[in-house]
Design a protein around this ligand. Structure first.
Ligand code: NAP
Length: 320
């Protein structure tokens, strides 16, 4: 295990130097990359010399995104359809990579959903300051314009937790063929930090990596969805702010740690991109997508011996 100063030294290596560290062609997949942070992650990785498969659930939006990058001179970006909710779509992507490249060096699980139904005009009319969002003080101001319905909560958990997990497992044989040890980056959120989990027993269970299992995570997520159905989110100790999104990211972080332990030859980390101006947060974030993609790109291009099983707040190691 590397010490904290060693990690910091490794991370201080500049990205343009990283581009040549492997000395061979590198292949990457980024999910949910037709727009937002995912699109920018593809752009930055391709600029660093990586051949990137930009994936999107919608063929037209994905092809248009690839065209934009190719027209800007990045010929090393190609498209393949991927809906992270669809096992057949994951299988088809794996077959495509197997045929074209036979291996995969980098996977960025970026696709995400919020788990709420929103009255966007009503939200905009409130004109809430980003500082208030970040401080977690917006929660009571938005209850009338943001609803956690069962369908939205389920889709969120299926996308953010099971989607990332199923894509990772589906591409695992290809990642294992990366001679230098694959890099897996799970895009999470500060909403997934353990300190924000109100229920103490649940917080301990999700934070105790020695006793945590994927079955336990499944049971926690089932319990959450039952509580959404019973309208018992607050009474049963789930987060009040974006409850489905929050637990989906807490569990994604936990999965990142479990997966990293199981595959010590890889660098497997999760990253909060910062509060970024994208469709996902109805353009309430102050950071640009260029700033938001930096953490994902840094972790995708980690040199050999880099950190694994860690959580990053943008480009800094942080506490789960
Ligand atoms: N923006 C922030 O401040 C912020 C903060 C913390 C974490 N994050 C995380 O950053 C990641 C990227 O979000 P963003 O802010 O860039 O939002 P975004 O611009 O809304 O992008 C989200 C992407 O996910 C895709 N997606 C959703 N469901 C999918 C599915 N089933 N299969 C494949 N793709 C799917 C969307 O595709 P469509 O275009 O087809 O809908 C879109 O390309 C997410 O994981 C998010 O949780 C963002």
């Amino acid at each position: 295990m590397l010490s904290f100063p060693q990690i910091q030294i490794l991370l201080s290596i500049r990205l343009d130097e990283n581009a040549d560290l492997f000395g061979v062609s590198r292949y990457a997949v980024v999910t949910g990359a037709n727009k937002g942070i995912g699109f920018e992650t593809v752009r930055q990785l391709a600029t660093a010399g990586v051949t990137v498969v930009l994936t999107a659930r919608n063929q037209k939006r994905g092809v248009e995104a690839v065209n934009r990058l190719q027209q800007s001179g990045l010929s090393n970006v190609l498209f393949h359809q991927l809906d992270v909710l669809d096992a057949q779509s994951i299988h088809s992507l794996a077959q495509f990579i197997q045929t074209r490249f036979q291996r995969l060096h980098i996977l960025v699980n970026n696709a995400g959903a919020t788990g709420v139904e929103v009255d966007e005009d009503g939200l905009r009319a409130k004109n809430i300051d980003p500082e208030i969002w970040l401080a977690g003080k917006a929660v009571d101001m938005i209850q009338d314009v943001m609803k956690t319905t069962y369908d939205a909560a389920k889709e969120c958990i299926q996308t953010n937790y099971y989607g990332a997990k199923n894509v990772t497992e589906g591409l695992l044989p290809l990642l294992q063929r990366s001679t230098s040890g694959a890099r897996v980056v799970n895009v999470t959120s500060l909403r997934g930090e353990l300190s924000r989990v109100p229920d103490e027993r649940r917080r301990k269970e999700l934070g105790d990596i020695d006793t945590l299992t994927e079955d336990k995570i499944d049971r926690i997520l089932q319990q959450f969805l039952q509580d959404v159905q019973r309208e018992a989110i607050e009474t049963n100790g789930w987060q009040k702010m974006l409850p489905a999104y929050s637990i989906s990211k807490v569990t994604l972080n936990a999965y990142t740690r479990l997966f990293a332990r199981k595959h010590p030859d890889m660098c497997v980390n999760c990253v909060h991109p910062g509060y970024v101006d994208t469709d996902l947060n109805w353009h309430t974030g102050p950071l640009t997508v260029e700033e938001g993609a930096r953490g994902s790109v840094m972790l995708a291009l980690l040199p050999d011996g880099g950190p694994t099983g860690c959580y990053f707040d943008r480009t800094n190691v942080a506490c789960f």
